[in-house]
Design a protein around this ligand. Sequence first.
Ligand SMILES: Nc1nc2c(ncn2[C@@H]2O[C@H](COP(=O)(O)OP(=O)(O)OP(=O)(O)O)[C@@H](O)[C@H]2O)c(=O)[nH]1
Ligand SMILES: [Mg+2]
Length: 365
Amino acid sequence: MDKNKGTQESALFVMGGVEASHDGMQYGVPKKFRKKKVDKIDIQELAREVRAGSRTQLSKAITLIESSNTAHKVQAQELLQELLAHTGNSVRIGITGVPGAGKSSFIEAFGTMLCEMGKKVAVLAIDPSSSLSGGSILGDKTRMEELVKKPNAFVRPSPSAGTLGGVHKKTRETMLVCEAAGYDVILIETVGVGQSETYVRGMVDFFLLLVLTGAGDELQGMKKGIMELADAIVVHKADGDNVRLAKKTVSEYKQILHFLQPATPGWMSTAMPVSSWEKRGLDKVWDTIGEFRETVEANNYWSIRRQNQTKEWFQSMITDHLIDTFYGDPERKAQVQLFERQILNGQLTVTQGVDRLFSDEQAQK
Ligand SMILES: Nc1nc2c(ncn2[C@@H]2O[C@H](COP(=O)(O)OP(=O)(O)OP(=O)(O)O)[C@@H](O)[C@H]2O)c(=O)[nH]1
Ligand SMILES: [Mg+2]
């Protein structure tokens, strides 16, 4: 589909992702968003339009945030500053599960149900390993066709494979912009396997794990760690011949959850069967999220978690910045290479190498 042909109202309009040019900006974005005209963006106007609910402007704002162009970065921060006071009012939900567990289909069905209940729903994807897995929430299998037709839904495709490194680091900021645009529910699909679960857990209020039936072996083999991150487990594809087995699997998971460390203090994680095809069990998921919110707001952990997440985000940005500045300096890079050779030649110990790198830094100051 040619996304540039769509209009905001068109049934199949999908917000542009970051199938980007080298500087991270989309092809076909208005000229004012292109490199040399960056100074022309009226940030206050953009902020106003985002808040007024324009999906086109929201999409542009996100593209600005994802841009690696230095001038855009500054403007993106100005924009966030403008919007900051209007953020924080959504329920942030992370959705994970093995490839093929039906995450995208679940988000399509669940998001559609929420839209029909009058909620504004934003769908984002996070894929820390996008260049390897090539995953995308708008991949071949599920295009969320029903959801994108809803006027109160916003679906942002994940970065396409191999375009930009580190775009996932902007997901938190993207989430804030969506909140300022009035979205009540943010659904974040983890794409790819590996670190994405912990990464997403670190930015959401509620974390949902999708599993399949007949997963006795999976149950044994599944990393306890992932189950300990989940506030609820959906036994998915509970339809057809699977219904009975799904019920059995649900009780097995419930039993196990009983023995695990709770993902959220004060909340007993639970399990339930869902069929996205038959749209069954989706309301139960939403009710569970409601109960969760009540419980966790009552014990104050809702805001404590958000504060902790912001602190961790700040810390990880500091670490990223230190690494970037360190390795971004050609002299440093050369030094590292030199010491590496000396270490391999037995002229220097690893600790000495590190000490020299940093004592030198002290001396330079
Ligand atoms: N029986 C049944 N099949 C389903 C259901 N939901 C999804 N599927 C099928 O499961 C397959 C995988 O669905 P996706 O939604 O693409 O799964 P995913 O977890 O997003 O997959 P990745 O993004 O590749 O990790 C597809 O063939 C779907 O049609 C359901 O409720 N019931
Ligand atoms: Mg998917």
